[in-house]
Design a protein around this ligand. Structure first.
Ligand code: GCO
Length: 435
């Protein structure tokens, strides 16, 4: 293994999402989803990692791990628990959290929709409702006004593609629709429009406050797709899947271009609607042809017979080369700054995480050498957390959480990563110690 050196301007930290760590919120759709027994082992979002009550403790751990940046989300249901009603308590909580981060010298990147939203919004049909963009815009404006100068970087929508797929095609997220293609496209359209509107609102509101340093982007899940076999239909499936899972969202959210079947044309005018592209990268997906007529996109599978060291605890393939490929492609196309807004591994006994980090940072080193403007790496995740419908078993944290006592323990791989955040390099000595 060779040492790795990153430029000093390259920033490192970690990422989380409110529902996955905070606990205590009964107004979000995920709490109601848990009540229906829809999370593995009948678990609930109600306690999670109790981060809501442990913000300061967790920021101290970030400091101990030399974080320079942190990606977090604001829970809409804590700010607007009932339609049109703003919670001063929720607002103050996030103002204090951001303040504490800034004082700790950690720069926040705030996500405005990370898979969850208020139950009232859910009951209105969530993103399939034609007024969804209006509701979300009102929330965005509120957040920007109460965070003021303390946050200049926003991520509007997290993984609109995974969200729409898991909500309307795979039945994993509330309201658990299956193979509902119409809703998939309807919601996708609204998510794209919500981003475009939010992009404009965040810029104009902050401009009114006198700030010109605003950065707004998305966090898009880019999977590395590969066709399994030589079947012409499977190849076509791969194209369809790539289009409806990646390209359609990139066209819309970056260039403001609604393309078939979510729309036609430029509802907000031609332009560039991202100041950076946030890439969430995890794995390679092999596309197989499907016998299910609703799966017009084909079916995604993991290559059969992979050795254990190539698989994570959820059975996804560990494929660092894919990070290089997806980032290179999206950068060549749009020439916008790239942030890796998520990349990580469920690895309960911490035997693969350090190597995973090394191998993915190696790809980043290559991207930098190849003149890709890549600026950030947010490891997923700071803490063990609620992996949505998969519950608490997958362990993504740099920090282990004992859910009975809420005790935090930095994993060995977390110590390794903390040293990387500080040194911006992986030396021979670190390789000998951790890998
Ligand atoms: C995501 C999800 C995260 C997941 C992570 C691991 O953005 O995909 O936002 O919430 O926990 O990706 O699957």
């Amino acid at each position: 293994m060779k040492p790795i050196k990153l430029p000093s301007s390259f920033l490192l930290g970690s990422a989380t999402a409110a529902t996955q760590i905070e606990g205590g919120d009964k107004n979000s759709n995920w709490y109601h989803w848990s009540l229906k027994g829809m999370i593995a082992n009948n678990e609930s979002s109600i306690v999670a990692a109790d981060h809501y009550n442990r913000v300061i403790e967790d920021i101290n751990l970030m400091k101990e791990m030399n974080h320079e940046i942190y990606r977090m989300s604001i829970e809409w249901s804590r700010i607007e628990p009932e339609e049109g009603v703003w919670s001063q308590k929720g607002i103050k909580h996030y103002q204090d959290e951001i303040q504490a981060l800034v004082e700790a010298g950690i720069k926040p990147l705030v996500t405005l929709h990370h898979f969850s939203h208020p139950q009232w919004f859910e009951e209105k049909g969530q993103w399939t409702n034609r007024d969804s963009v209006k509701y979300f815009s009102r929330f965005v404006k509120k957040v920007v006004s109460f965070l003021g100068d303390s946050v200049n970087e926003y991520c509007t929508i997290n993984e609109p593609n995974v969200f729409a797929m898991d909500t309307f095609m795979d039945g994993k997220y509330p309201p658990g629709k299956k193979d509902d293609i119409l809703s998939y496209f309807k919601a996708s359209k609204n998510l794209i429009l919500a981003h475009l509107k939010a992009y404009k609102i965040i810029h104009s509101e902050r401009k009114k406050m006198g700030y010109n340093d605003t950065m707004v982007g998305i966090a898009i899940h880019l999977a590395y797709f590969e066709v399994s076999g030589n079947n012409i239909l499977t190849k076509l499936s791969e194209k369809l899947m790539n289009y409806s899972f990646h390209q359609m969202f990139l066209n819309g959210m970056i260039e403001g271009h609604l393309t078939f079947p979510v729309g036609l044309g430029y509802p907000h005018g031609k332009g560039i609607y991202c100041d950076f592209i946030g890439v969430n990268y995890y794995s390679r997906h092999l596309i197989h042809s499907s016998n299910n007529p609703a799966m017009l996109f084909g079916e995604v599978k993991v290559e059969a017979g992979l050795p254990d060291e190539k698989l994570n605890d959820l059975g996804w393939e560990i494929y660092p080369e894919g990070l290089y490929k997806v980032v290179k492609e999206v950068f060549e196309k749009y020439k916008l700054p790239i942030y890796i807004t998520e990349n990580g591994i469920p690895d309960a006994n911490d035997s693969k995480r350090a190597k995973f980090i090394y191998n993915h940072l190696k790809e980043i080193e290559k991207l930098i050498a190849d003149d890709v403007d890549i600026r950030r790496y947010y490891h997923w995740s700071l803490l063990d957390n609620l992996e949505w419908n998969d519950g608490y078993a997958p362990r993504f944290g740099l920090i282990e959480v004992d859910y009975y006592t809420q005790k935090r323990t930095i994993r060995e791989s977390g110590r390794f990563y903390g040293t990387i955040c500080k040194e911006k390099e992986i030396t021979k000595k670190m390789i000998d110690k951790y890998l």
